[in-house]
Design a protein around this ligand. Structure first.
Ligand SMILES: [Zn+2]
Length: 143
């Protein structure tokens, strides 16, 4: 998946839409979808506003499904459909395949979580999330 990072303003817009319009948040289990026909006019308008931001930043974006509430990291997620082969060389893989994608709104702003850097509170070293002791900002060496 390839993303272009969103601006602070777009980030704030996504999070405020999620907060102010709870009907756009849905904790789907598997292949369940938001019932679009039950949205009010303003909810639909806000849905489209959020979708326009996602469309700009996710390569091969197809459609927005809904927000999901806080995940285990305490972050709001978006669920969407995109072309899984958008990153491929078209001469080798000409058939697009549309499938589901999930990202934290935080990742749209800061980049993929796996690339995030944290400074160990003990030694100051820059480490990835995998190198952090659970729920603290200390690297394994300083545990
Ligand atoms: Zn350390």
């Amino acid at each position: 998946m390839t993303i272009t990072l969103i601006t602070q303003e777009e980030y704030d817009t996504l999070l405020s839409i999620q907060k102010e319009f709870p009907a756009l948040t849905f904790q789907n289990k598997g292949y369940e979808y938001l019932k679009m026909s039950e949205l009010t006019e303003i909810e639909l308008e806000k849905f489209k506003e959020a979708e326009a931001i996602l469309e700009k930043c996710i390569l091969g974006f197809n459609k927005f499904n809904h927000f999901r509430g806080e995940n285990k990291n305490g972050n709001i997620e978006v669920r969407f459909q995109y072309n899984w082969t958008a990153d491929d060389d078209y001469s080798k893989n000409p058939l697009p395949f549309t499938g589901v994608g999930y990202l934290e709104v935080e990742e749209l702003f800061r980049g993929f979580r796996e690339n995030w850097k944290f400074n160990c509170e003990e030694c100051g070293k820059e480490v990835s999330e995998k190198e952090l002791k659970e729920k603290t900002i200390q690297c394994f060496k300083c545990m």
